[in-house]
Ligand binder design. Structure first.
Ligand SMILES: Nc1nc2c(ncn2[C@@H]2O[C@H](COP(=O)(O)OP(=O)(O)O)[C@@H](O)[C@H]2O)c(=O)[nH]1
Ligand SMILES: [Mg+2]
Length: 337
């Protein structure tokens, strides 16, 4: 067996969603492997897109064919019509704050992904963001295809072209600014084995329950990059793959929002890199972020500064949670794995 590195991994473990478009065949494999598939969608005020995201997956992959067993929406307390629309579209809807109540509640998308492991029933979990504007069944079959076809694979991450809206114009490339300016450089510097991931922050990924339950989850935007590091460390790069889903259009965030996101991700990354001996931190990572905004005052531009708090909390591997082990009949000995 060859030594695995980013180069040969990139060649061997990058797939195309088109290779898995035969849904009948996938359902057959699913039956043979006795797999159950849950699609999990984290939401916060997504009334504009949640209906079509659920509908475009449920129709072809759950009603027409039996590839997906459940669609679960885990919500951060939306104040719009997300709940109503999601339920009408046929998904199961749960507020994140109501799941595992004794374990408290944190803000952020990662919190929902973690808590979903307790509610979802599947042994393959597919995570899909709710703000996708060009949703298509390939987002699901592309990610589960490699897992159903190859038992040695345990985790698949999406990649795609990310168009960006500039004014009214949609430019084909240019989305994924935090990816190119922060995460990929950091991976190349400190975790070069992960440098083959084209979209390390993509919100679409799938994996086996026995992987997700054994890694910690960060509650905010740090969740994606820490997850890649943890899966690689614990299970090895060989079980990870990436799948070309062609194109994704979603809500492009403002530069200010991306700046905050990058700060949060950097904090999580540095702590993880520090704990693995890849870099040395001389103190605690900061939680306070000073955002700078500008506004026009007559012909002048006025700048102002605002302090905000950004904190990503680390949730422990779900298998260490007693309620979880009870529900899924997991041996307590696994806690030490
Ligand atoms: N920003 C944010 N998104 C959340 C939260 N809870 C759930 N989400 C969902 O997480 C997904 C990704 O969020 P988004 O803001 O689009 O992040 P981006 O795609 O990385 O820019 C969307 O489906 C959100 O609705 C939360 O507390 N904050
Ligand atoms: Mg988004």
């Amino acid at each position: 067996m060859h030594l695995i590195n980013a180069d040969n991994w990139f060649e061997k473990n990058s797939f195309k969603c088109q290779s898995f478009s035969n849904i009948k065949k996938l359902v057959e494999l699913k039956r043979k492997n006795k797999n159950k598939i849950s699609v999990v969608i984290p939401t916060l005020n997504e009334e504009a897109t949640i209906g079509s995201v659920i509908g475009k997956i449920k129709g072809p992959l759950m009603d027409k064919r039996k590839l997906v067993d459940e669609i679960l929406v885990v919500d951060s307390g939306s104040t719009d019509r997300t709940k109503e629309i999601a339920e009408k579209a046929g998904a199961k809807f749960v507020y994140s704050g109501k799941i595992l109540k004794p374990h408290g509640e944190h803000k952020g998308k990662g919190e929902n992904l973690w808590k979903a492991l307790y509610v979802a029933e599947g042994d393959i979990i597919v995570y899909i963001d709710a703000d996708i504007k060009n949703i298509h069944p390939r987002f699901v079959y592309g990610l589960v295809g490699p897992l159903l076809s190859n038992r040695k694979l345990s985790f698949t991450k999406a990649f795609y072209q990310r168009p960006i809206k500039v004014g009214k114009e949609l430019r084909p490339l240019g989305g994924g600014r935090v990816t190119e300016i922060l995460i990929r450089p950091l991976f190349n510097q400190y975790f070069p084995r992960l440098s083959g991931f084209i979209q390390p922050l993509s919100g679409e990924f799938a994996g086996r329950r026995n992987v997700f339950e054994r890694i910690p989850f960060y509650t905010g935007y740090g969740v994606d990059s820490a997850m890649l590091i943890d899966i690689q460390r614990k299970f090895g790069l060989r079980c990870m793959a990436q799948v070309d889903l062609i194109r994704r259009i979603h809500r492009n965030q403002t530069l200010e929002a991306l700046s905050k996101m990058a700060f949060g991700i950097l904090g999580v990354f540095s702590r993880r890199a520090n704990s693995m001996g890849k870099l040395i931190l001389m103190g605690k990572t900061k939680k306070t972020y000073r955002t700078i905004t500008s506004s026009k005052e007559g012909r002048r531009i006025k700048y102002s500064m605002k302090k905000i708090q950004i904190k990503d909390v680390q949730r422990p591997p779900m298998i260490t949670v007693r309620e979880y082990r009870k529900k899924f009949k997991k041996d307590p000995a696994w806690v030490y794995v």
